[in-house]
Ligand binder design. Structure first.
Ligand SMILES: NC(=O)c1ccc[n+]([C@@H]2O[C@H](COP(=O)([O-])OP(=O)(O)OC[C@H]3O[C@@H](n4cnc5c(N)ncnc54)[C@H](O)[C@@H]3O)[C@@H](O)[C@H]2O)c1
Length: 323
């Protein structure tokens, strides 16, 4: 197939591009490099530097490349920043996405895989959370992703756009070539590994008094390569749908730090901080629907294996992509 990948220079997008190329697909990466890295773009992919907010640019990219499908990763994804600058999030994640689906429909491209998020649930009233869990986002980031999910429903109904929205829980890990380098890193595993690399003095734990066995937040970590395999399966889904993606297991912040200690052999000192507002105690996915309907089966169900792959990449790239 020929796939256009928006955000293919970013963390998750770069590894999906790698997997698509490995199975013989032709890939066009569309990215403005606002957050992504040129070195994260596999040299076998065609790169178009463009911005989704420039409707002509995305329209031209789709018109000239004539993809069979689009994978849409491009977005801003920092919760705290979205609380300070909601305009940026609604503009980029909603208006940018709208330009994309409009260009797809205009050019007769009717298959999309979209990166949604567990942040659309807010503080879920059901854990593990399945697809019918009520969605009540508690920050502009989650709201912007939910708005785009709604846009997709209407584009399916009105224009026959077949979409699969994958709501990822906590993504982690790396491939041999590509890994996680966000310009502002807020994710736990890369931050803890920065301590092991000697770049940060200690690992911060936000909240040690949650109603969980060790008092720290519990999250559902999914390996980025398992996420890539879900995207590839989603390309052949016969109909539109929403899927929650996690491994269904919960790992606390302290358990993640212990896994990092074991994998890196570093003591990793920690420092307790107050809870961050809006951080739920437990976020765990029920991914039964993805397993049953897409035939998805995650390969990495153990936090140490996930951390090991991340550590290999960070050790080989201590300064990330260096751009
Ligand atoms: N990483 C996670 O844990 C996680 C969890 C849930 C959902 N998601 C979603 O997955 C997607 C990818 O996340 P990531 O961690 O790889 O993020 P990332 O920031 O590494 O990648 C996003 C990419 O999109 C590009 N981009 C942003 N706005 C653009 C625009 N207007 N035009 C063109 N390119 C643009 C950036 O340059 C970057 O390369 C995002 O949509 C995010 O919301 C990520």
């Amino acid at each position: 197939m020929k796939i256009l990948v928006t955000g293919g220079a970013g963390y998750v997008g770069s590894i999906c591009v790698e997997e698509l190329l490995q199975r013989g697909d032709e890939v066009i990466v569309f990215d403005n490099l606002s957050e992504g890295h040129r070195l994260a773009i596999d040299p076998s992919a065609t790169f178009i530097q463009g911005d989704l907010n420039d409707s002509k640019s995305i329209s031209l990219a789709i018109n000239t490349s004539e993809p069979d499908a689009v994978m849409h990763f491009a977005a801003n994804a920092l919760v705290a920043e979205s609380m300070e600058n909601p305009y940026k999030y609604f503009h980029n994640n909603v208006c940018g996405g709208l330009n994309l689906v409009n260009a797809m429909v205009e050019n007769g491209v009717r298959r999309l895989v979209f990166s949604s998020t567990c942040a659309t649930f807010g503080t879920p009233d059901r854990v593990p959370s399945d697809e019918d869990t009520p969605q009540n986002p508690i920050n502009p980031y989650g709201e912007s992703k939910l708005m785009f999910e709604k846009i997709l429903r209407w584009f399916d109904q009105v224009h026959g756009l077949v979409f699969v929205a994958l709501r990822y829980f906590n993504v982690a890990g790396a491939s041999e070539k590509y890994g996680e380098h966000h310009r502002t890193e807020t994710h736990l595993i890369p931050r803890v590994l920065q301590v092991a690399l000697g770049h940060l003095p200690n690992a911060e734990i936000y909240g040690t008094d949650f109603p969980t066995p060790d008092g720290t937040c519990i999250r559902d970590y999914i390996h980025v390569r398992d996420l890539a395999s879900a995207h590839i399966l989603a390309l052949s889904a016969g109909k539109s749908g929403f899927y929650n993606l996690g491994t269904g297991g919960g790992t606390s912040v302290r358990e993640v730090i212990n896994a990092c200690r074991k994998v890196t052999g570093h003591a990793i000192p920690t420092i307790g901080k107050p809870r961050r507002s809006g951080d739920p105690a437990r976020l765990i996915a029920s991914s039964e629907k993805a397993r049953q309907s897409l035939g998805w089966k995650p390969q990495f169900e153990n936090i140490e294996a996930i951390v090991e792959s991340a550590w290999r990449w960070h050790r080989a790239h201590p300064a990330g992509y260096q751009d």
